[in-house]
Design a protein around this ligand. Sequence first.
Ligand code: UD1
Ligand code: CA
Length: 485
Amino acid sequence: MSETIADTPLAVIVLAAGQGTRMKSSLPKVLHSIGGRPLVGHVLATARSLAPTSILVVVRHERDLVASAVAEAAPDALVVDQDEVPGTGRAVEIALAQLGDFAGDVLVLSGDVPLLDGDSLAALVSTHRGSGAAVTVMSAVVDDATGYGRVIRGASGDLERIVEQKDATADEASVTEINVGVYVFRAPELRTHIARIGTANAQGEKYLTDVVGLLHDASLPVAVSTAADASAALGVNDRVQLSEAARTLNARTVREWQVAGVTVLDPATTWIDVTATLAPDVTILPNTHILRATVVGAGATIGPDTSLVDCEVGENAVVRRSDATLSVIGAGANVGPFAYLRPNTVLGAKGKIGTFVETKNSTIGDGSKVPHLSYIGDTNIGRGVNLGAGAITANYDDLTKHRTEIGDEVHTGSHNVFVAPVRIGDGAKTGAGAVIRKDVPAGALALSVAPQRNVEGWVEKNRPGTGAAEVAARARSAQEAGDGA
Ligand code: UD1
Ligand code: CA
């Protein structure tokens, strides 16, 4: 961070006590997620990037839920409880009381304005310190100001006050410069004037915005810093704005990875959480979701139509039209199309989990392949193994789950059932259609299907007059003629 910020102590107050009525949700608004993090988690990550002296988060609605999200995102933050007096002004007043006689700068952030980045906030603090203002308000000029507080400027262009939508006259409502809900105050002036605000307004709340008007009326310098990128100033009040914020954040995340050397062919249908990590020369094809703590190695190709949640994908692996959670996909491995990797699947280097294959809690060794139509659960597979099409591990006997152990270099026939617990030794083979109920020793061939018996002439005898009997008779005559020649 810039040196000016380090010079004067900076306290950050994050407002997160509101219910978020317009979300119509049982979940507090600030806990709704975009980009893999709750709204308040984004605000706290940005706050922490400024390395402030302290971070205070004001809570009230569902306070325990919000407090635990705060503890996760910013263990160093202090959670402060708002009382029954409503309003952003009251929230700041209560947090400020926790700061004692703190005389530095106070940056106020809204828990529902998630997209502002650290650089913009650092610039706001610098501007504030450079101008010597008592408060610097962040504003934005928007096409649709509905719902926001409007910045009302006097004849000289100075900010005189902020008027909430519900308190605005038609003239005031036509103003398109809005209050972002982010401010830097000098603590002593904030302390003096916040004590003077009341609740005489349309919502019966203590508005933080009224402090700005009071500072102006007291002839203290009030500054405005207009955000260059209004889309970053978006507040989330309902689910339409939530989706807009998600899209804006995602576009930013995708762009950052593109600049860092990742090919993303279709940013509009690619969703990357802020918690995911991609190496250079990764290629992401359309309709792909890279979520939570997923890490993708260099040269890997993911998609199209793929979702990875908390996965680790090795270099040069290919994952097509598949869904994977909490799984490891080795370097150069191949997954899909249409594979379903459930938690704790570990696929070795150059391994394959192919078409219509479901795996769970299983390790598939280096170079081993489960190519087609299989269910592999609670299984250890060694290296260089090939399972025939339609392999099923019967891991559940109605009471408990059991493991299947398959050694190295095992090749199994098509359509096998492995009734766990069972072991297949190194280098063993199994025949088609086998139901493996007993261990197979290393190097053995296991057959469990009865030898085939052909009843000659059965169709002609038992289905006379049918098309099948007719062609069978013809084939028999041709065969006999051939034999006679
Ligand atoms: C607020 C501003 C408005 C601005 C907008 C920007 C006020 C009075 N209005 O309006 O000028 O344009 O943000 O997004 O400040 N909160 C508390 N305690 C409370 C009430 C709210 O902590 O008693 C928190 C909320 O959880 C939320 C934030 O403060 O994170 C803003 O509250 P909200 O009710 O959404 O204010 P807006 O109506 O959006
Ligand atoms: Ca809001």
